[in-house]
Write a protein that binds this ligand. Structure first.
Ligand code: ADP
Ligand code: ZN
Length: 604
């Protein structure tokens, strides 16, 4: 059915939303004016709507090229749930499904057709499409066209030739990767050098960013996960072994968790992923193999157990949280031991250029982790953006008090004296052991229990020392020598402090810890005992299981929250809810209204 309604009308009547997000309207207008367009927008920004609304307005077909079968399947499900006719061609179809999709496309019933790039290159698809009017040609995940991007797909290189067969179709390329080089590559490879460039901000303002010194990673992980009962999240680890061990121990602790990595059998991997997507399992413990092609909107937290490879990876991995726009929390456990491990891997590389790049990446992520100022600064700098607000209020650094009010002079002197005395050859762990007077084997072997500094710092816990040392490094009194396996060394600046004249102010670790916990509420509004919300969730899960789709296809968390808050009593009130368009009103209003009415009655 071709719509003569305006984009704004369709936004509510089909999708159930009240207003456009930034750049959506610009993009839709650009496409409707038949200008080739490159849309760069972060994950969760709302790119899909930018072709879906034009697809409903154009008389002809919209062809969407997408690299992953899971993404296509998900989009088709979402569109059908909205009452939009969509088809798909990929290698996973049975011949019946294929025939059905083909006739939908041929008859013009289908508004949107999803294709893998290699499918588009097949002659039978070419001849099918040459009999259709194609008005819009969409390249999703357009960075796959670039060898400079992180997931290059050679088939994408041939899209220009395909595009030329549909001279009437306007081209819309979309991606969440924004480096200049990739951007230029997309425009030239698609042959659309004059495309209208729409560049949205990469700031994800619903994500809370936090870095914690890694002291006891396992316990810290348990503490963190306990803050998100019944909510979905991802824990990223460095190695497959770590994934297996952590997933098993989380299950033993009573969490609903499953592992995911490339070493598992494909069936197991797929099943674990599916359980997660359908809200049957709460936590996925994974290597970075997990995430591409996952469209789950209600991921409420991403925990990095180990240091990510670089700032871009960190941005992409944390970006899987909060696609629905609701608050989500990103925590990085940062330990100096991890830096040593990454160093070790870099040292194995033989190509000097690769080595240099890897080192640059490492220092960029260390800079992020050690930042004293807003975490969004280093993240957005990567995308060539500067943050408008000085205090974002949604990162650990912005959310804590600003004035340094603790005298660090004395602990700093003890620390500096200790690393000097031990020959500037040891990492933070050992130095802390000496300061705290521990008597482990390494201390005895080096005779460090006989030093004057031994045990002088017993008033602070190991965790507190980690915080203190981070401050000494940030303030330029010490540094970690990466050429010496991460040994801590003194800088010339430390002289002034040791010789007595200078005083050093900073933050007391406890105070900082408390401040970090304070913004908890901002990031976790979904938690709690909202009985109605839970009842609605339950109903959603039942309906989704009956239909064999993930719960978010029925309704997003945001829709359920809106429902639980407004408690509509009539169909009219129901239709005003977030995410309720004509089709969902028809399909679900009655069942959900009944549960809401029962809830009201039980409270009366
Ligand atoms: P992207 O493809 O950029 O990662 P999506 O298109 O999947 O993002 O959109 C992310 C989420 O935001 C989806 O749940 C979508 O329905 C929702 N969304 C998109 N546009 C709007 C809007 N204008 N108002 C409210 N929600 C929106
Ligand atoms: Zn901030």
């Amino acid at each position: 059915m071709i719509q003569t309604d305006s984009p704004r009308t369709l936004l509510k009547s089909v999708f159930g939303y009240d207003s456009f997000r930034s750049f959506q309207e610009d993009c839709i207008r650009s496409v409707l004016e038949r200008r080739d367009t490159l849309l760069i927008m972060p994950t969760g920004g709302g790119k899909s709507l930018c072709y879906q609304i034009p697809a409903l307005i154009f008389p002809g077909l919209t062809v969407v090229v997408s690299p992953l079968i899971s993404l296509m399947t998900d989009q088709v499900r979402q569109l059908r749930a909205l009452g939009i006719d969509a088809s798909v061609f990929n290698s996973s179809l049975s011949s019946d499904e294929y025939d059905e999709n083909e006739s939908a496309v041929r008859s013009g019933r289908s508004r949107i057709l999803f294709l893998a790039p290699e499918t588009l290159l097949k002659p039978e698809i070419g001849s099918l499409l040459s009999g259709c009017r194609v008005d819009l040609f969409v390249i999703d995940e357009a960075h796959c066209i670039s060898e400079w991007g992180h997931d290059f797909r050679p088939e994408y290189r041939q899209l220009e030739a395909v595009r030329r067969r549909f001279p009437r179709a306007v081209c819309l390329a979309m991606t969440a990767t924004a480096t200049q080089r990739v951007r230029r590559d997309i425009l030239s490879s698609l042959g659309i050098p004059d495309a209208n460039l729409l560049l949205a901000s990469f700031n994800r303002d619903n994500l809370f960013y936090e870095v914690a010194a890694k002291v006891d990673a396992h316990r810290q992980t348990l503490d963190f996960l306990r803050r998100f009962p019944d909510q979905s999240g991802i824990v990223y680890c460095f190695s497959r072994d770590q994934v297996d061990t952590l997933a098993a121990s989380l299950e033993k602790e009573g969490f609903s968790a499953r592992p995911y990595h490339a070493g598992l059998r494909p069936e197991v991997r797929t099943r674990n992923q599916e359980l997660f997507i359908r809200d049957d399992v709460q936590i996925i413990v994974a290597t970075i193999a997990f995430g591409m092609g996952i469209n789950k909107p209600n991921v409420r937290f991403v925990l990095h157990y180990n240091l990510p490879k670089n700032v871009e990876s960190y941005y992409q991995e944390t970006g899987r949280a909060g696609r629905d726009g609701l608050p989500a929390h990103c925590l990085l456990l940062f330990g100096y031991g991890d830096i040593r491990n990454v160093r070790f891997f870099i040292e194995q590389k033989t190509d000097p250029e690769q080595k240099q790049v890897a080192n640059m990446h490492l220092s960029s992520i260390i800079q992020y982790a050690e930042a004293e100022t807003c975490r969004r600064g280093p993240l957005l700098k990567y995308f060539g953006e500067t943050l408008a607000a000085e205090n974002c209020a949604l990162c650990d650094n912005c959310a804590r008090p600003k004035t340094p009010d603790f005298d660090l002079t004395d602990p700093a002197k003890k620390f500096l004296a200790c690393i000097r005395r031990t020959g500037q050859r040891f990492g933070a762990g050992h130095v802390i052991d000496v300061l705290r007077g521990s008597s482990n084997e390494k201390i005895l072997r080096f005779g460090h229990d006989r030093l004057a500094e031994y045990g002088t710092g017993a008033e602070f816990s190991a965790r507190q020392w980690q915080f203190l040392i981070r401050q000494f490094i940030q303030k330029g009194y010490s540094f970690q020598d990466h050429d010496a396996y991460g040994a801590l060394k003194c800088t010339p600046k430390s002289e002034n402090l040791l010789s007595g004249g200078e005083r050093l102010m900073g933050f007391f670790p406890e105070a900082r810890e408390k401040a970090k916990k304070a913004p908890k509420k901002v990031a976790e509004p979904l938690q709690g005992d909202d009985e109605l919300f839970q009842a609605l969730r339950q109903l959603r899960k039942e309906l989704a299981d009956q239909a064999g789709v993930p719960p978010y296809i029925v309704f997003s968390d945001k829709s359920l929250l809106d429902m639980a808050a407004r408690k509509p009593a009539t169909r009219e009130a129901f239709s005003a809810l977030y995410g309720v368009g004509a089709k969902k009103l028809e399909a679900y209003a009655d069942v959900f209204l009944r549960v809401i009415a029962e809830f009201r009655a039980s409270r009366a």
